[in-house]
Design a protein around this ligand. Structure first.
Ligand code: NAD
Length: 458
């Protein structure tokens, strides 16, 4: 479908396609998943190039997006078991009967993506939408234009236009799409736009998944392997130049290990990116000038102890660590979404927990601790979309582990079977027979209550 085709015509074409019943067929879905897998494999080099052009992504980091192919393989492998009806027990008075839940496709769904992992954030939900038997309209982010174009090409070459279509564009196109009625909206982006999406969806009572962001804390207690913790934190924070929805946003380190940890973090930054990260082939760039300016302003929030260099022409900000940051500082008022790591300290674990609970519920929470009771205390006394103990980010690429936010960081979850479930309606069905027709429930009731109580219990 050409981008110039009116949006309503695209939706009408998809509704007609859905009405043919083709997507109900499991063999059809498997073929489409296989075709998508092959298309991604065929265009692998082009995907690296697009991500390099948009975000200066090193190939290794780009590969984390491309490896969504693993999710396609898992969907192909498991689809036949996912579509099976789920059976439920039958109470005595309904015998003989069968009770079950059957997953049915929703219809025409909308998938809107963000720019920071622009390929993965479109493809991962699309796999669920296809597996569950839907038609889909996709709107990639306009801030990663090379990847957006490439996604449009891949989808255009792989699928019938009436089945899956890419609509490219920015806020205006997004709002035109949101004004239409969809059967589901899967949105990845900021909490601010998430509210706009939910408001638009409410007008049609369209259900939504909102994959949003937030300030994901990273707590380090005294008993950890400092060197490994530092490497994992530095990797999770500065991969994609900090533009990761689940990047450790700020560090909460126990006072006794602060100086050791900061020294190890500094050493890890040098080990990964050299003394001049601007020259490293493995370090990304800020997506646009607006974000660069926003991040530059945040550097005023405390004492810069590592990095701080900026080259606006190259949209470069060095991996930066800021010490002596207060909760009131600008850097603690919003999701950073860039290569700046503010550091705060705590004495007792309850202080760290109090601080986390003063901010909106985050998308991820990181605990570096070898003490199971500390891990347990933090998990129980805080709320976050996801949590990862003694590492960063890798829970996102644990293929079968559902991923999603809570509160301000979003609603709904996907990956693995959760993606399939997201794009299904589970229809509850009770199937009875004509074999017995006990007349206890029929009027006239007379003295039937006694028998009914005996039969139903409760
Ligand atoms: P964004 O909310 O600005 O944009 C996301 C999408 O919404 C884009 O496709 C954009 O075109 C569209 N959009 C922008 N303004 C709009 C408006 N007013 N009305 C309708 N549509 C609009 O987000 P972003 O800058 O692309 O991404 C950064 C945010 O996304 C961060 O908060 C980050 O944490 C979050 N994020 C979350 C996840 C996750 O999996 N939960 C993943 C990546 C990014």
């Amino acid at each position: 479908m050409l981008a110039t085709t009116p949006i309503r015509d695209i939706i009408t074409a998809q509704r007609q396609f859905f009405a043919t019943g083709k997507t109900q067929d499991i063999a059809f879905r498997l073929t489409q998943l296989q075709n998508l897998y092959q298309a991604i494999k065929n265009r692998e080099n082009a995907i690296y190039a697009a991500l390099k052009a948009d975000l200066n992504k090193p190939d290794v980091e780009a590969y984390y997006e491309i490896v969504v192919t693993r999710d396609i393989q898992a969907a192909i492998k498991n689809l036949k078991s996912w579509v099976k009806p789920q059976k439920f027990p039958i109470p005595l008075e309904q015998f003989p009967a069968q009770a079950m839940m059957v997953p049915e496709p929703l219809g025409v769904v909308l998938i809107v993506g963000a720019w920071n992992y622009p390929f993965n954030l479109i493809m991962a939900p699309l796999i669920g939408a296809i597996a569950a038997g839907n038609c889909a309209i996709i709107k990639p982010s306009e801030l990663s234009p090379h990847t957006s174009r490439l996604i449009a090409e891949i989808i255009g070459e792989t699928f019938d236009n009436g089945y899956i279509t890419v609509v490219e564009g920015g806020r205006d196109i997004s709002q035109q799409l949101l004004a239409e009625k969809f059967d589901y909206i899967f949105f990845t982006g900021s909490p601010r736009v998430g509210k706009i999406v939910m408001e638009a969806a409410a007008k049609h009572l369209t259900p939504v998944t909102l994959e949003l962001g937030g300030k994901s804390p990273c707590i380090v207690t005294e008993d950890v392997n400092i060197e490994v913790a530092a490497k994992r934190i530095v990797w999770g924070k500065f991969v994609n130049a900090g533009q990761t929805c689940i990047a450790p946003d700020y560090l909460l380190v126990q006072q006794g290990v602060k100086s050791q940890l900061l020294a190890a973090i500094k050493a890890a930054i040098i080990e990964f990116y050299g003394h001049e990260p601007a020259n490293s082939p493995d370090y990304g760039r800020i997506v646009n000038d607006g974000h660069l300016q926003r991040l530059q302003d945040l550097l005023e929030s405390g004492e810069i102890i590592v990095g701080g260099d900026i080259n606006p022409d190259a949209r470069y900000i060095a991996p930066t660590v800021i010490d002596n940051v207060s909760l009131e500082a600008a850097v603690m008022q919003e999701e950073i979404f860039g290569p700046i790591l503010p550091v705060m300290t705590y004495g007792d674990l309850s202080e760290a927990i109090d601080l986390i609970n003063r901010l909106p519920k985050p998308l991820a929470l990181y605990i570096f601790s070898q003490n199971p009771s500390h891990q347990e205390q933090i998990l129980r006394q805080t709320s976050s979309g996801t949590a990862c103990i003694n590492d960063t980010l890798v829970h996102f690429i644990t293929p079968q582990l559902p991923f999603g936010g809570v509160g301000n960081s979003g609603m709904g979850r996907y990956h693995g079977k959760a993606s399939f479930d997201t794009f299904c309606h589970y229809k509850s069905i009770l199937k009875r027979s004509f074999l017995f027709d006990v007349d206890l429930r029929y009027p006239p009731y007379r003295d039937k209550l006694r028998f009914l109580k005996w039969l139903l219990g409760g």
